[in-house]
Design a protein around this ligand. Structure first.
Ligand code: NAD
Length: 274
C-alpha cells in the first residue's frame, strides 16, 4: 500500500497560505503553482529533481520505496520553505501506484508533471543473467513507468494539460556490457514516450524522455571503479555528471517554457556517446 507519510497541515491543497504565496511570488519560479510528482525521489537524480522543481516554485510530491530517505528529502525541502510532501510507493505494484496517485491528488490537487525516475540495476552478462534479474528490472523500470503514467493520464486528460518526463539512459540508445535487462527497459520507455507523445499531444499533454550518461549517484556503486574510470576517460567533458545537471533539464521539460517539446529524447551525457 502507498500512503502519505509526511504532510504538514499548512501545505495541504493547491491554495497557498498568504505567507507562502508572498514568498513564492517574490522569487516566482518557472514551476510556480504546478504540482510535480517525482518517483525515486529519496536520493540521487530523483532527489535532485525534486529539489530543483521545489526551488522553481512547484509543490513537489516526493515518492520512493525507501520511506526513511524520502521523508528526510521532503523534510529538508520544507526546512528551506519549500512545498514538499513525502509518499511511499512501490512503482512495480499496481495497487501501491493507484493508492499513491489518490493520495497525491487528495493532498495537492491536480498533477501537472509526472517524473518517472525510479529505476534499478541488476547487472550480469547475458550468459549469466537469471530470470529473477530480468523480471525485477522489467517490473520497476518498464512496468513501473507504464503503471505510474497510466495512473495519472486520466487526471491529465481531464485537466487538458500535463507533462510526462521519463528517465531513460544512454544505455537505452546504445546498449551496455552486462545490461541486457536494463537496456531493454531504457529502450522500452523511449518507445512508450514516443507513443504517448502521439496519443496525447493533441490533448495538451507532452511526453519526453531524458537519457543521462553516467551520473555520480549510488546506482553506480555496483560498477567496479576501474570500469568507472574507463568510462570517465571516454566522456569528452572528462568527468561524470552531477544529478543537478539532469534535474535542470527535467525542470525545463516540466515547465511551460517547453510548451512545444513533445516526443523528444534528450541526451544529457557530457557527450559520452560521440
Ligand atoms: N546514475 C546514472 O548514471 C544514471 C544514468 C542513466 C539513467 N539513470 C536513471 O536515472 C534514474 C535515477 O537513477 P539514480 O542514479 O538516481 O539511482 P539511485 O539508485 O541513486 O536512486 C533510485 C531511487 O529509486 C528508488 N526506487 C527503486 N526502486 C523503486 C520502486 N520499486 N518504487 C519506488 N522507488 C524505487 C530507490 O529507493 C532510490 O531512492 C533511474 O531510472 C536510472 O536508471 C541513472
Amino acid at each position: 500500500m502507498s500512503h502519505i507519510i509526511d504532510a504538514p497541515q499548512n501545505a495541504s491543497g493547491r491554495k497557498l497560505g498568504q505567507e507562502e504565496e508572498d514568498r513564492a511570488l517574490a522569487g516566482r519560479g518557472r514551476l510556480f503553482g504546478k504540482t510535480v510528482l517525482v518517483t525515486g525521489a529519496g536520493r540521487g537524480i530523483g532527489e535532485a529533481i525534486a529539489r530543483k522543481c521545489a526551488f522553481e516554485g512547484a509543490q513537489v510530491a516526493l515518492c520512493d520505496l525507501d520511506r526513511h530517505a524520502v521523508q528526510q528529502a521532503a523534510e529538508a525541502l520544507r526546512e528551506q520553505g519549500k512545498l514538499a510532501a513525502a509518499f511511499t510507493v512501490n512503482v512495480a505494484d499496481g495497487e501501491s501506484v493507484a493508492a499513491l496517485i489518490h493520495s497525491v491528488k487528495s493532498y495537492f490537487g491536480p498533477i501537472d508533471a509526472l517524473v518517472n525516475n525510479a529505476g534499478i540495476v541488476q547487472d550480469a552478462q547475458l550468459k549469466n543473467m537469471s530470470d529473477d534479474q530480468w523480471d525485477k528490472v522489467i517490473a520497476v523500470n518498464l512496468t513501473g513507468v507504464y503503471r505510474c503514467t497510466r495512473a495519472v493520464v486520466d487526471t491529465m486528460l481531464e485537466q487538458g494539460s500535463g507533462s510526462i518526463i521519463t528517465m531513460s539512459s544512454v544505455v537505452g540508445l546504445y546498449g551496455n556490457f552486462g545490461q541486457t535487462n536494463y537496456a531493454a527497459t531504457k529502450a522500452g520507455v523511449i518507445g512508450m514516450t514516443k507513443t504517448w507523445a502521439k496519443e496525447l499531444g493533441r490533448k495538451g499533454i507532452r511526453a519526453n524522455a531524458v537519457c543521462p550518461g553516467f551520473i555520480a549517484t549510488p546506482i553506480l556503486n555496483s560498477m567496479p571503479q576501474k570500469v568507472l574510470d574507463a568510462i570517465t576517460k571516454e566522456v569528452p567533458m572528462g568527468r561524470l555528471g552531477r544529478p543537478e545537471e539532469i534535474a535542470n533539464v527535467v525542470a525545463f521539460l516540466a515547465s511551460d517554457e517547453a510548451s512545444y517539446v513533445n516526443g523528444a529524447v534528450i541526451e544529457v551525457s557530457g557527450g559520452v556517446t560521440l
